[in-house]
Write a protein that binds this ligand. Structure first.
Ligand code: GLY
Length: 382
């Protein structure tokens, strides 16, 4: 990437200070752009904070999502470098862990489903290993004794999304990007179909290009010619406190109807419901009951653990579960980086690299070529 001179330093406004907006902003500021990020609340406190931080391109690959897999795998490959760069720059840890991820099943029905998913995922070339129940319990001794089978993905792991978010905030500061919090973007300044900046109530902040990275709220940013078809998909989650010196779990574990993510500090995250409830972000008794029941079936020892926290988040979902990455239709200078659904943390490094490249050079990286917003028009026309 050629470093622009100060004279022609591009001014970039980013709407949304989640992990996507902050990562893109960091890359742009590193390349010499003048970057302003606007968040309606506090940066990193929406879906970025709610996430579990799983880097699970392998075990999360679902039928119908094959086009997404190369993007997820590539971003997962970039995470160690992204994490190391962030940690070196800021001196802050991001909690990247790569000890592998385990999927477990107990009943015959669950084992059959696990086998079908395993065969599908192996068919995609993913390097997964089938385990007997005993072998799964060797990896995680506190799993339910009834655990009958497992699948192990050595390359899947996790990052601590809350730590990564704090590190990104510091990286933005160190690279000279400006973060504006509690600021609502009320419109886009557009002249002759070309973006001129963002509108904040009665003032305009001029920008050569604007990146829309507002997660579940992306469709609602006023003034767009063609708002992206992103909707909120609610997830309820909770965490328990393990003894960090003697944790109940050391790998990320996917069990029927829940996943369990052990952090180094002893936090055990249990997630997540998937609910179509619009912008409703209430915790419900049913949501917590479902999570605890599923977690207890997989790992009975959770019943002794203190409850630490409960929260909800809104995933930015798209019809095909893939993100929208590329130029917006009908508005020169507006770039979309949204709709990451279940994969916002995983896809942060590749989104940052490719969107910064698109903004600075006009080049669409082949990794994101198929994820432009116009794919939805093509689907309608077909
Ligand atoms: N990627 C995990 C979730 O969306 O709950």
């Amino acid at each position: 990437m050629t470093m622009p001179t100060i004279k022609d330093r591009p001014r970039i406004a980013i709407i949304g200070g989640g992990i996507i907006g902050m990562s893109v902003g960091w890359r742009l500021a590193q390349a010499g752009a003048s970057v302003d990020i606007f968040d309606r609340g506090t940066a990193g406190q929406g879906a970025t904070r709610a996430a579990a931080g799983m880097l699970a391109a392998g075990v999360e690959a679902e039928p119908g999502e094959q086009p997404l897999l190369p993007l997820c795998l590539e971003s997962q490959t970039r995470w160690p470098g992204f994490a190391a760069e962030l940690e070196t720059l800021t001196g802050l840890p991001v909690g990247l862990r790569r000890e592998g991820t385990l999927v477990v099943a107990s009943t015959r029905d669950e084992v059959e489903l696990l086998r079908a998913n395993y065969e599908f995922q192996r068919g995609l070339g993913l390097d997964l290993v089938w385990l007997t129940g005993a072998a799964a319990k060797e990896k995680e001794p506190f799993l339910n004794p009834r655990t009958a089978a497992g699948v192990f993905s050595a390359r899947d792991g996790q990052v601590d999304n809350r730590l990564a978010s704090a590190a990104l905030r510091s990286a933005l500061q160190k690279t000279g990007a400006r973060l504006h919090e509690g600021v609502d973007v009320t419109g886009l300044d557009v002249q002759g179909g070309r973006i001129g900046g963002v509108v904040l109530g009665d003032r305009i902040v001029a920008a050569d290009q604007v990146v829309l990275a507002a997660g579940a709220w992306s469709r609602l940013v006023p003034g767009q010619a063609s708002p992206p078809p992103v909707r909120p998909v609610k997830g309820q989650m909770m965490s328990l406190a393990m003894d960090p010196a003697n944790p109940l779990l050391t790998h990320v574990v996917w069990a029927p109807k829940c996943y369990l993510v052990p952090r180094t500090d002893g936090t055990l995250i249990i997630g997540a419901t998937t609910e179509e409830k619009g912008f409703d972000s209430q915790m419900t008794a049913g949501g917590i009951l479902a999570l605890l029941d599923a977690a207890w079936r997989a790992l009975p020892g959770v019943e002794e653990l203190p409850v630490k926290e409960m929260w909800t988040g809104l995933r930015p979902g798209c019809r095909d579960d893939a993100p929208i990455l590329g130029r917006a239709a009908g508005m020169d200078g507006l770039i979309l980086a949204t709709g990451h659904h279940r994969n916002g943390i995983l896809l942060a490094p590749i989104t940052a690299d490719t969107i910064a490249d698109l903004v600075l050079t006009g080049r669409t990286d082949p990794h994101i070529a198929r994820f432009a917003a116009d794919r939805f028009n093509a689907a309608r026309a077909a």
